[in-house]
Design a protein around this ligand. Structure first.
Ligand code: FES
Length: 74
């Protein structure tokens, strides 16, 4: 399933970024580019982070879930 239409990034790529240590939407964007164009997929990225958090974020430092501002075009 494509999660990020702008970058044609699938849920598998996003989940791999999370498994590799991405704990924020910004970190996912840096890892694979998802969420870095229009921001329309950010809610989906947040849902995937929340679903994965019990298994990958148990030791994340406080504040690790802070979000970076979205890039805006124009
Ligand atoms: S759909 Fe992901 S940045 Fe546009």
């Amino acid at each position: 399933m494509i999660v990020c239409q702008c970058k044609s990034i699938s849920h598998r790529v996003v989940d791999a970024a999370i498994e590799d240590g991405a704990t924020t939407v910004g970190a996912i964007g840096r890892a694979c580019g998802a969420g870095t164009i229009c921001g329309g997929c950010v809610c989906n990225l947040k849902q995937r982070l929340a679903a994965a958090r019990p298994r990958v974020d148990a030791t994340a430092p406080e504040g690790a879930a802070e979000e970076l501002p979205l890039r805006r075009h124009g």
